[in-house]
Design a protein around this ligand. Structure first.
Ligand SMILES: C[S@@+](CC[C@H](N)C(=O)[O-])C[C@H]1O[C@@H](n2cnc3c(N)ncnc32)[C@H](O)[C@@H]1O
Length: 316
């Protein structure tokens, strides 16, 4: 773990924040197709990157869930996961709150299919239910919530202030809203010191390109009538290994393809080096992982990532 805050597009707590422009495109790192309001864009690629990210940065998810556990009210009956995607958060929340039901909300039926498939064999299936709903069309019928969780999803909605007001109203008094966003998505080369600015340059390029762009949500939470009780920025550097290689290959390929206009030659060269170093080690859908006839891969590329986590309570 790195103790320091990572570079990311959100200003600090005291800095002036920027209302998101509902007309700008919002993308996650690696999600480069269509606007944030096109819920059916590049489903397979998007889901693949989300799952890879969850695999590599499971420790960051654990830290975000720990924030929810620390501030959650009792009794815990219902968690609502807004923009649940492939269900990484839904499963972690179901495990963290063993007495609660989890309602996983998403506008994209393909994501929800994948989420339900991911419940198989986990023993969580009877406590996680899915609701297909577009948050832009209004608050879904999910009943009263003790925790509302929105991970990498709030910046996708057209009117986050309205969604947060609705979340406030859906929470039981004393209930908790947790907002999570991604920060500092960058591969780590073996000579990391020579690329000291790569993570910052990638973050800046992603912001300029409209990927994963979000404001500091603090004042939005306050405006929605919530009391901010926590804000943390965990970061992680995951050492080289098979998962880091697959993640780095997928991430660098998308960054190389879509951010070229926003990056300096040295940064593009670094991404090329990542692609070359991981060319033998990543597995895509056409690679048979059981095929051991090729050269034995050596893993040299790590993964740098981070999260920013807000927790806010509905006053009793
Ligand atoms: C980047 S993914 C995050 C998934 C998951 N929360 C995670 O952290 O891995 C964003 C998700 O929000 C969903 N989403 C975007 N806009 C939405 C909307 N207006 N209503 C409901 N879901 C939406 C997308 O379909 C996608 O699954």
């Amino acid at each position: 773990m790195e103790p320091t805050a990572s570079p990311h597009p959100a200003p600090g707590p005291g800095a002036p924040h920027r209302r998101p422009d509902p007309h700008e495109a919002h993308h996650e790192p690696g999600h480069a197709h269509g606007s944030g309001h096109d819920h059916h864009h590049d489903d397979a690629g998007c889901a693949q990157v989300l799952d890879l990210d969850a695999q590599v940065f499971g420790g960051l998810l654990d830290q975000a869930v720990a924030v929810a556990v620390e501030h959650a009210p009792t009794p815990m009956r219902t968690v609502v996961d807004l923009g649940a995607g492939t269900g990484t958060g839904s499963r972690a929340l179901a495990r963290a709150f063993p007495d609660a039901g989890v309602v996983a909300v998403d506008a994209d039926p393909a994501m929800l299919d994948r989420l339900r498939a991911g419940l198989a064999g986990t023993g969580l299936g009877d406590r996680v239910r899915t609701v297909e709903a577009d948050l832009d069309a209004g608050w879904p019928d999910v009943g009263t919530a003790d925790v509302v969780w929105a991970s990498a999803s709030l910046h996708h909605v057209a009117d986050p202030a309205r969604v947060l007001r609705d979340a406030h109203d859906a929470l039981a008094p004393g209930g908790l809203l947790v907002v999570v966003e991604m920060t500092a998505t960058s591969p780590v080369l073996p000579d990391d010191a020579a690329h000291a600015d790569l993570a910052a340059h990638l973050a800046s390029a992603m912001t300029h390109a409209g990927w994963n762009r979000y404001p500091d949500w603090t004042s939005y939470l306050v405006d929605a009538g919530l009391e901010v009780v926590d804000r943390r920025e965990p970061t992680a550097v995951v050492p080289p290994g098979p998962d880091a290689s697959r993640w780095a290959h997928a991430t660098a390929a998308r960054q190389r393809e879509h951010l070229a206009d926003h990056l300096a030659p040295a940064d593009l060269a670094a991404l090329d080096a990542v692609l070359a170093a991981t060319a033998l080690t990543h597995h895509d859908d056409t690679t048979d992982p059981a095929d051991t006839t090729g050269p034995t891969p050596t893993h040299t590329i790590g993964a740098r990532g981070g999260r920013i986590v807000w927790a806010a309570r509905r006053p009793r």
